[in-house]
Design a protein around this ligand. Structure first.
Ligand SMILES: CC[C@H](C(=O)O)C(=O)SCCNC(=O)CCNC(=O)[C@H](O)C(C)(C)COP(=O)(O)OP(=O)(O)OC[C@H]1O[C@@H](n2cnc3c(N)ncnc32)[C@H](O)[C@@H]1OP(=O)(O)O
Length: 338
């Protein structure tokens, strides 16, 4: 018996016998080999650096003079607020920036808390998606200005910057498809945080603004580098150089926003913003966790690595899903893609 398998718009006639043989070969030889390669490369290769080891996505380590323990102790001296993580059975987690009395500004302890929550998400094997939101109808007003004033010494500022670059780089590299739900304002570091998600959904009347120039600064949490990747260097220069206010319409126009949400969290009858964001994200997280995570991993490597390393990573990730449960089930159900 033969059936058609659609692959990249081409139709291949493959016999069931051939498929079974391929799958047996894959499960017995290629998959163990791939897993072995992934394990062995975790200590040195690009794949290992980016995707395999929890916290391996760090930009700075001791070789850059970065002492994580020391920085954490300094940051803990500026308490207030929290970063709350809710992991749901659906595989979608909600990360809430919670410091409403300061418009969800990041205190030092919240920065430490964020790093801890990212570590937890890196270990979440059942995870598929992540929504990052602010508490109490606003997103985040950046660094807590009282902490900023207290650590205005450039050395300390750079340590905080390295800590947040590490945390946000690891956030963006999570094997979860992430979306920032922007309600109210995302200012300064808050605007940078939105760029550490794969997508941004903006609520009606929300604003993303890189206010750094008004503060005599440039982004330091990796926001400028990510902004250039998202909107291109011309638009990034305009947003940073002019400290422009980006509303949903402008956000869509330049590609900073991926969708606009209607209404607010407190509306009684309409779908809440969180429900709308969940529905939006569900289109991309539908399916088994290993497959969704593999999708994110190949995109992260494509986004960050040179082509030859990207291709090798793609091959390794491919080896983790080829002949896996979802793949075998799809083959057995003779799925077609009309
Ligand atoms: C620039 C780089 C740096 C980084 O990347 O690390 C930063 O992010 S620095 C922070 C940049 N953000 C700001 O400068 C925001 C300053 N705040 C505002 O512009 C306004 O407060 C605003 C627009 C967020 C909200 O205005 P609104 O009129 O709606 O409310 P209030 O001004 O009354 O604010 C309520 C309450 O929140 C306190 N607040 C707001 N943002 C911060 C902040 N970033 N740090 C500390 N506290 C903040 C504000 O002071 C009010 O407190 P209150 O005790 O009631 O006076």
């Amino acid at each position: 018996m033969d059936f058609n398998v659609t692959q990249h718009d081409s139709h291949y006639k493959v016999s069931v016998g051939t498929l079974l043989l391929l799958n047996v070969f894959n499960r017995m030889v290629l998959c163990p080999l791939s897993r072995q390669l992934l394990k062995s490369s975790s200590s040195c290769g690009a794949w290992g650096r980016l995707l395999q080891r929890p916290s391996s996505g760090c930009v700075y380590s001791s070789i850059h003079g970065f002492n994580q323990k020391e920085v954490k102790e300094k940051l803990q001296a500026f308490p207030g607020g929290s970063i709350d993580l809710l992991k749901q059975d659906s595989g979608i987690a909600i990360l809430t920036i919670n410091n409403p009395s300061r418009m969800n500004a990041f205190s030092g302890s919240m920065m430490v808390d964020l790093e801890d929550k990212v570590s937890q998400l890196e270990k979440w094997t059942d995870g598929k998606g992540l929504i990052v939101q602010g508490a109490a109808e606003t997103f985040c007003s950046g660094s807590d200005l009282s902490a900023v004033r207290a650590i205005s010494d450039p050395q300390d500022g750079m340590k905080m910057c390295m800590f947040m670059q590490n945390a946000l780089t690891r956030l963006l590299r999570l094997p979860l498809i992430s979306v920032a739900l922007v309600e109210g304002r995302a200012l300064g570091g808050g605007a940078e945080l939105t760029t550490a998600c794969d997508f941004r959904l903006m609520a009606h009347a929300s604003v993303i603004q890189f206010v750094h120039k008004h503060m005599g600064l440039v982004p330091g949490w990796g926001g400028a580098a990510r902004l250039v990747n998202i909107v291109g260097s011309q638009n990034a220069l305009k947003l940073l150089g002019g400290a422009l206010k980006v509303d949903p319409e402008f956000g869509l126009q330049i590609g900073l926003a991926d969708g606009v949400l209607e209404g607010s969290q407190v509306e009684k009858h309409a779908e809440t913003l969180l429900q709308q964001a969940t529905n939006w994200l569900s289109l991309y997280t539908k399916g088994p966790a290993p497959v969704i995570q593999a999708v994110k991993k190949v995109v992260v490597s494509g986004r960050e690595l040179p082509l030859s390393e990207t291709l090798r990573t793609e091959k390794d990730v491919f080896g983790t899903v080829w002949g896996g449960p979802a793949n075998l089930q799809a083959l057995a159900s003779k799925s077609i893609h009309k």
